[in-house]
Ligand binder design. Structure first.
Ligand SMILES: *Cc1c(COP(=O)(O)O)cnc(C)c1O
Length: 388
């Protein structure tokens, strides 16, 4: 089977993990801060806080920004459930902003409209979490302007977008957001097996997130509320979690980071071949903005016209032929859990139209030319025969 995505592990990656296993520290050693510093430097941000997943990073990012009971957080319905679950963990409510069909990203027009209504109803969001779907940045400049006007915080869920750029700056520079979160799950662009990172330019937010990822405990005398009892002393100042990344994970992530740019280049090359081969007028790829250099975590096409009805048939036939075609994502608001919160499918019509037309094709750096041509030929044959 040709998978839709997979990790790419080198001998250097393996050696980096073995070195940690032979060292004094399996966790809370030097590899985690080394990985954090390298990510911050890569992104051009001041601080980075590693966590055991992007989900954990999103949770402590929300908490650090003060999201809690009585607050509302808005995100996109076309994402993984973690993008909205993080707000519910904090006791906040969640609502969604519909997407732009052509890119799959949160529609800034829909956001603007929803904000105007929310202001009238005194129900403005505390935070908005845009998702850079498939690795293409949302229109962050406009989102940042709206954040200022309506006074909400912005967390970029950049789980798909490490190595991508927006207006020639790396995603993660946090020029247009308070915090940016990355995922290092094996299907993502670089991996630490499980792992995530929250980058920010705020020392205060970084300090808060680092405390929350480790039980709410501090070792820093200047943060303590009483004089130290002695050299063993620490204080728990708030309720935190054990969301720590291990040194084995950080060493793998750090080693992978050295290949990030070449992974993203290869992904762009493969995407370009798809773009130029899918000339069938009923198959469109996600529209790319001139402001964006995508990391192409996913290669998503959309079926148009009568072909939409054949989406399931196309995905099934491709799988039958050894190609793992996929669908990212099931709109979060139609998950049974979210339906029980009161959401209806037609609350976000573009998200539904997208769901009924999207297909993810395999894309990862080790995908061979031969495999890609097999995928293209199979898809072309299927769409031509099914159009009739
Ligand atoms: C993968 C993913 C997450 C969760 O990442 P984990 O590291 O597995 O917790 C969150 N948001 C999006 C958009 C993702 O794709």
């Amino acid at each position: 089977m040709i998978p839709y995505g997979r990790q790419n592990i080198s001998q250097d990656d393996i050696n980096a993990v073995i070195d940690v296993l032979k060292s004094d520290w399996l966790t809370q050693g030097p590899a985690v801060p080394a990985f954090e510093n390298a990510i911050a430097e890569y992104c051009g941000a001041h601080y980075a806080c590693a966590a055991n997943s992007a989900t954990s990073a999103l949770h402590i990012a929300c908490l650090a920004l003060g999201v809690g009971e009585g607050d509302i957080v808005w995100t996109s319905p076309i994402s993984f459930v973690a993008s909205s679950n993080c707000a519910l963990y904090c006791g906040a409510e969640v609502d969604f902003v519909d997407i732009e069909l052509e890119t799959g990203n949160m529609s800034v027009a829909a956001l603007q409209e929803k904000l105007a209504i929310a202001k009238q109803n005194n129900r403005l969001p505390k935070a908005v979490i845009p998702i850079h779907l498939a690795g293409q940045s949302c229109d962050m400049q406009i989102i940042a302007k709206l954040a200022k006007r309506y006074n909400f915080k912005v967390i970029e869920d950049a789980s798909h977008a490490i190595g991508a750029k927006y207006k020639d700056k790396p995603i993660g520079s946090c020029e247009y957001s308070d915090i940016t979160v990355f995922s290092f799950h094996p299907v993502k662009i670089i991996t630490s097996a499980e792992g995530g990172m929250a980058v920010t330019n705020s020392a205060e937010l970084d300090k808060r997130m680092k405390r929350l990822r480790s039980h709410g405990i501090t070792n820093h005398p200047e943060e303590m509320t009483e004089p130290s009892h002695g050299p063993w002393y620490y204080q728990q100042l708030e309720l935190g979690f054990n969301y720590r990344m291990t040194d084995m994970q950080a060493a793998l992530g750090l080693s992978q980071l050295s290949q990030l740019d070449s992974f993203v280049e290869t992904r762009n090359k493969i995407a370009k071949t798809y773009n130029s081969s899918l000339v069938n007028s009923n198959v469109k790829h996600l529209q790319q903005s001139a402001d964006s250099y995508s990391s192409y975590h996913l290669y998503i096409i959309r079926l148009e016209g009568g072909l939409c009805k054949k989406q399931k048939e196309i995905i099934s036939s491709m799988r039958y032929s050894g190609i793992v075609a996929h669908l990212h994502y099931i709109p979060i608001h139609i998950q049974p859990f979210y339906k029980n919160l009161g959401f209806k499918a037609q609350d976000f019509p573009n998200a539904m139209a997208y769901y009924e037309s999207a297909i993810t094709l395999p894309l990862h750096p080790a995908l061979t030319e031969k495999e890609q041509h097999y995928i293209i030929d199979m898809l072309t044959a299927l769409t031509l025969s099914l159009k009739k």
